[in-house]
Design a protein around this ligand. Structure first.
Ligand SMILES: Nc1nc2c(ncn2[C@@H]2O[C@H](COP(=O)(O)OP(=O)(O)OP(=O)(O)O)[C@@H](O)[C@H]2O)c(=O)[nH]1
Ligand SMILES: [Mg+2]
Length: 308
């Protein structure tokens, strides 16, 4: 009989390479939010994948970038901290036409060399390059590090996903499941809702406005309507850095906020499988991005259940 295995797998890489897209594809669930903007993921987010002979706990992490504020610093720390105490690391890089190793990737490679862990290199977005370039990229990286495997993927189209799962299983220790089978993430409904609202704001807003946002759910409660239907009442505040940003988020006659709310509600209804009544407010909290008390709550890695 095949013995059951379980373990933790950290997904790391530069910002915007497709880590969250990859994790959602691995989990077959929307756990982490995705946008085409940099620095989308802010905290370590777990997705649990149950297989016949294993349970794999993935940790999606904020992208590596040059931090410009305290929030950024905490984000990069969260990502690098996640390299410790995991069984496998998925190092995700983006396919590029020059087959080069960029600065951010080089920084991570050096970190990986210090850690001596099982590292699988994922070359994502291979839909953007030619086959010859991919071969060159694999070679360039292989020279730098003794990867357990190199797997090219198109996370967006869920290509290469099963290969990753099979490869990871080889390096997991024998052990029981950490989470019960019906759990697919460690995030609460409140956190999932906050992230979905932030995703829509990130997607709809431009320039520096979306990066200065954070969302807080103030109310999340189920109720029965007069028709006997179950509905979720969700009230949330979108905090921004400046008064001028507040105006942009609300938009002309409230049009922007309405759009953010509409898109978020659609996703939330799908996610929770129940009707949602969503109300959004916008408030200014100047300089929160440099405020220790606020940004420290984004450093979730140490405070959350990891190994039991
Ligand atoms: N062409 C292409 N685009 C992809 C692929 N995978 C992801 N993307 C896109 O890349 C962008 C970034 O994806 P994310 O998953 O948010 O990237 P991330 O690495 O989690 O980014 P951060 O959280 O900011 O570090 C999105 O627009 C995705 O749709 C892929 O295989 N091919
Ligand atoms: Mg992400």
């Amino acid at each position: 009989m095949q013995e059951f295995k379980s373990g933790f797998v950290s997904i790391i890489g530069r910002t915007n390479v497709g880590k969250s897209t990859l994790m959602n594809a691995l989990a077959k669930e929307k756990v982490s939010i995705i946008t085409n903007k940099v620095q989308t993921t802010r905290t370590a987010i777990k997705a649990i994948v149950n297989r016949e002979h294993s349970q794999i706990v993935f940790i999606d992490t904020p992208g590596i970038h040059k931090p410009k504020n305290k929030l950024g610093k905490i984000m990069v720390e969260t990502a690098t901290d996640s390299l410790t105490d995991v069984d496998v690391i998925l190092f995700v890089v983006e396919a590029n036409a020059k087959a080069e190793i960029g600065k951010g990737d080089r920084f991570l490679l050096e970190k990986l060399k210090e850690k001596k862990r099982n590292v699988i290199l994922i070359i994502n977005k291979i839909d953007k390059i030619k086959k010859e370039v991919l071969a060159k990229m694999i070679e360039t990286y292989r020279v730098e590090y003794d990867f357990k495997a190199v797997i090219p993927t198109i996370a967006l189209k869920e290509k290469g996903i099963e290969d990753i799962l099979i490869e990871i299983e080889k390096y997991l220790p024998i052990g029981p499941a950490y989470y019960s089978e019906d759990e697919y993430t460690d995030q609460t409904e409140r956190q999932l809702a906050e992230e979905v609202i932030r995703e829509k704001a990130l997607k709809l807003l431009d320039q520096e406005v979306p990066h200065g946002l954070y969302v807080e759910i103030e109310k999340l409660k189920q109720r029965k309507t007069t028709k006997g239907e179950q509905i979720y009442d969700i009230e949330a505040v979108i905090y921004c850095l400046k008064k001028s940003h507040k105006g942009i988020i609300i938009g002309k006659n409230g049009s922007m906020l309405k759009r953010i709310g509409q898109y978020a509600r659609q996703d939330l209804e799908e996610m929770f499988g129940i009707k949602v009544n969503l109300q959004l407010w916008v408030k200014v909290k100047e300089d929160w991005i440099e405020n220790d008390q606020i940004v420290n709550k984004f450093n979730t890695l140490s405070s959350k259940k990891s190994r039991k």
